[in-house]
Design a protein around this ligand. Structure first.
Ligand code: SF4
Length: 356
């Protein structure tokens, strides 16, 4: 049986300074982890051998291995990552904006990227449109396994540590169902001596566990939230997301109103548009009413059919009419590009294929 060890990526700098003495060595190791993305103790050149040998007995550097990679023509890269216990999960590298050049060919603005991070292997929520749900729940990811996704993807894309990146906790799993590990990972990403990714660049996307939205709010981490609303009446929402029975639309909206939101920011509501289910103007009207009084932005997402699903992709016309209605009634609204449409882009698809 594999000897499973904790990872150095489980630690905040303060915690590492309790493990590694003197403290400046811990800081140097933090630099190797988050500025050089080293994979091995041997690569930490200025660290004494005795310290490295001692650490190597108890810890590993990075707990993830890339086992598959699908590259889309739009720059999206979907990774299948394997952990020490051989379980796998996904993380996605999304290109949000291309590099901008001036007339002399000089770079005026670097390309912008977002990393979509998983928080669990499988998921308990059981959304009917989701392939991850079909595999059931296996386990929570550790702090190190959450952190390692960003380190691994930045390393693989040669993305320097001080280049800006956004994180969305929107991969496999319900992030708020693994709240303690998520909260610690958020703090590690924020470390000035690490990746220095501010909380405002991190968005927690939840299927709407209203009590946990309150708990996350009470932690006052400064992160954004995105709510996977998807429906405007409880009957359809329960069909799509069965745990809506315990956390209905009203309880979610109330929890969002209590959440500490940066006044300059908006709460993102994800709305997965499914043909003949929730793509009509009646639904758009209800959505406007529901979000009244919330500084909200609605992200309309095309449903991407996959083999075995009973749902269909909406027409472009219906999508545009829906968006127009929201905009005319004062909501900010975007239609999400189907990033990675030529690869398996729905949550859980790459993992499912790997079983074939
Ligand atoms: S969509 Fe997200 S919350 Fe719903 S089952 Fe899939 S992974 Fe879980």
């Amino acid at each position: 049986m594999t000897n499973i060890k904790p990872s150095l990526l489980d630690f905040t700098l303060k915690e590492l300074q309790e493990v590694v003495k003197p403290a400046f060595r811990a800081k140097q190791i933090y630099g190797w982890l988050y500025h050089q993305y080293v994979q091995d103790f041997d690569d930490m050149k200025n660290i004494p051998k005795t310290i490295k040998e001692e650490l190597a007995q108890k810890y590993i550097v990075n707990p993830l291995k890339i086992v598959n990679k699908e590259v889309s023509t739009d720059g999206t890269i979907k990774y299948l990552l394997q952990m020490q216990d051989s379980k796998t999960m996904e993380a996605v590298w999304l290109k949000m904006k291309d590099t901008q050049f001036d007339e002399n060919g000089e770079v005026v603005q670097e390309a912008k990227y977002t990393i979509c991070v998983s928080t669990q292997v499988g998921c308990k929520v059981g959304c009917s449109f989701c392939l991850t749900a079909k595999g059931g729940f296996t386990r929570n990811l550790t702090v190190g396994e959450i952190v390692a996704q960003v380190v691994t993807l930045k390393r693989d894309n040669e993305h320097k540590h001080n280049r800006m990146i956004n994180i969305v906790y929107m991969g496999m799993g319900e992030p708020l169902d693994n709240l303690d590990n998520l909260a610690k990972a958020i703090e590690i990403f924020k470390e000035d001596d690490g990746l220095c990714i501010s909380a405002k660049r991190q968005t927690v996307s939840t299927s709407g566990l209203s009590n946990k939205i309150d708990q996350l709010g009470a932690m006052d981490l400064g992160v954004h939230i995105a709510i996977s609303l998807h429906a405007v009446d409880d009957e359809l929402r329960t069909e799509l997301i069965p745990m809506n029975k315990a956390h209905n639309i009203n309880s979610i909206i109330e929890a969002v109103k209590r959440f500490p939101i940066d006044t300059r920011k908006r709460v993102m509501f994800e709305y997965l548009v499914i043909k003949d289910k929730n793509d009509d103007l009646g639904s758009a009207k209800k959505l406007v009413k529901l979000l009244h009084g919330i500084k909200a932005k609605v992200n309309l997402i095309y449903f991407n059919p996959y083999p075995g699903t009973n749902y269909d992709r909406p027409s472009k016309e219906d999508m545009v009419s829906f968006a127009d209605y929201l905009i005319k009634h004062g909501l900010l609204c975007t239609i999400r590009d189907s990033k990675g449409i030529d690869i398996s882009a729905a949550c859980g698809q790459l993992k499912e294929q790997s079983k074939l």
